[in-house]
Design a protein around this ligand. Structure first.
Ligand code: CU
Length: 485
């Protein structure tokens, strides 16, 4: 009897405690109809990251006072090999540091303008509800700091940018980035997250013209971009800088577009987006091939990677990808799955091709390079670069060509027998049957729109590689052949 009584009491007590716990938990989960009413407790300093990395997810943390300290730095960098450019940056990178918040956070933003900078700047965050998105409160001179606060009312992925006049110039120089406002409870967990932002750049010299290149305002006004890139430079996401994942993982990309001018048709070659948070908002679309990312806009894309290989990220306005730099790589490692993909893999088709203009054999204007090679070593270096961009796809990495399609350049009797004929092939193109090393080829070689310097460099590289006869081709030799035509 006594025992029964005790256990009954215990049961009642347990029931009462568990009810209290449930109600407590429920009150923690309160959904606020009005985000401005979400209370903040405690403060923390925001973790900021340079692309392609993102800060730790907010998870289940409560809304807080979030201190963001960001420094503006004007600094020189390389937009592509051999081309220097002065970027204006939020936090020292293009795009600027990634800011990760949750809805209801009260952000205290400290914007610092480095003392060595030459210009005033400010920040307009699209996540801000208020005049100028913060721009009116944050105009800051070199060596100074401005502080302003805002509450994150709407979850989503938002662009921020400088809005100091001339606004277009500040944005064109790289002054943009992303701020993520996660919903209550955070975004669903995934395996890999990366930060990618497209931007268009305008330089005095044409794409690939070596040396220091200043910003070209007229080209920017005319919307004639020399470079369209992910994360600030042509090679920011290729080669050793590629992003990575393992087979079976889900990848989430936070993709923004700083513009200033161009809209991005964002696509990953060989993948289908399982989910797209359209325009970075609440609407989720599924099974998407290419998603539009407006200038000053963003999207979150997610996909599970099922097979290994290199997946190419592009702006599917495709000349931008292969000729202006909007090309990145995602390397996926793991087991093959032949049910999904048969496996015949051919690395090398999708490589940046650079600025070389190629035409079918006719005539046209060619601009001479302003920075010629100073010596044979430079000539070989420049020549190799041109080769990788212009000749590689057909003639291959070791000059071996492709059987029955494109003739070899390695130990080529055709090349070694007649340098003027080789020069002519490059500058005028080549059609009709030829015999190389005893085999017949009948394909079309396009006319390469290269300057005389560039033709000399690439042919010198070819003649000094793969067992050829080490001829050094000069600009004068190329000009002589041009004169004959
Ligand atoms: Cu600025």
């Amino acid at each position: 009897m006594k025992t029964l009584k005790t256990s009954t009491l215990k049961t009642i007590a347990l029931f009462a405690i568990s009810t209290m716990l449930v109600s407590c938990f429920k009150s923690k989960e309160t959904k606020y109809e009005d985000s401005s009413q979400i209370p903040v407790n405690l403060e923390m300093t925001a973790e900021l990251t340079a692309p392609p990395h993102v800060p730790t997810p907010v998870g289940k943390r409560k809304a807080k006072k979030l201190i963001v300290k960001m420094e503006i730095k004007e600094q020189e960098g390389e937009i592509t090999e051999g081309v220097r450019y002065v970027y204006w940056t939020f936090g020292g990178s293009v795009p600027g540091s990634f800011i990760r918040t949750r809805v209801g956070d009260e952000v205290e933003f400290h914007l610092q303008n480095h003392p060595d900078n030459k210009l005033p700047h400010n920040i307009d965050l699209h996540a801000v509800t208020g005049p100028g998105g913060g721009a009116e409160s944050s105009f800051v001179a070199p060596g100074h700091e401005k502080v302003f606060s805002f509450k994150t009312l709407n979850p989503g992925l938002y662009v921020y940018h400088c809005a100091t006049a001339p606004v277009g110039m500040h944005i064109a120089n790289g002054m943009y980035g992303l701020i993520l406002v996660e919903p209550e409870g955070g975004l669903p967990p995934v395996d890999k997250e990366y930060y990618i932002m497209q931007g268009d750049f305008y330089t005095k010299g044409k794409n690939g013209e070596r040396g220091f290149q200043p910003f070209d305002m007229q080209k920017a006004v005319d919307e004639k971009a020399d470079y369209v890139v992910f994360n600030g430079s042509v090679s920011a996401l290729t080669g050793d800088n590629a992003i990575s994942a393992n087979v079976g993982e889900t990848v989430r990309l936070f993709v923004g577009n700083g513009g200033p001018n161009l809209v991005s048709s964002f696509h990953v070659i060989g993948e289908i987006f399982d989910k797209v948070y359209v325009e970075g908002g609440d609407l989720v679309n599924e099974n998407v091939q290419t998603t539009l990312i407006p200038a000053g806009g963003a999207a979150i894309v997610e996909f599970k990677v099922d097979v290994p290989g290199t997946f190419i990220l592009v702006d599917h306005s495709i000349f931008r990808a292969f000729n202006k730099g909007a090309l990145g790589m995602l390397r996926v490692q793991g087991e093959e799955n032949e049910k999904i993909y048969s496996g015949e893999q051919y690395e090398g088709i999708y490589l940046p091709e650079g600025p070389g203009i190629q035409e079918m054999p006719t005539t046209g204007e060619i601009v001479e390079s302003k920075v010629p090679a100073k010596n044979i070593d430079e000539q070989l270096e420049f020549g190799k670069r041109i080769y990788m961009q212009t000749c590689f796809a057909c003639h291959q990495a070791e000059g071996q060509g492709i059987p029955n399609a494109f003739p070899p350049l390695a130990k080529s009797d055709y090349l070694n027998a007649d340098v003027d004929r080789a020069i002519s092939a490059v500058i005028n193109g080549l059609t009709g049957e030829i015999t190389v090393n005893g085999k017949k080829y009948n394909s079309v070689m396009t006319r390469q729109m290269l300057s005389s310097e560039e033709v000399a460099d690439v042919l010198t590289y070819v003649y000094n590689s793969w067992g050829n006869n080490k001829t050094v081709v000069t600009k004068e030799m190329v000009d002589k052949v041009k004169g004959k035509k």
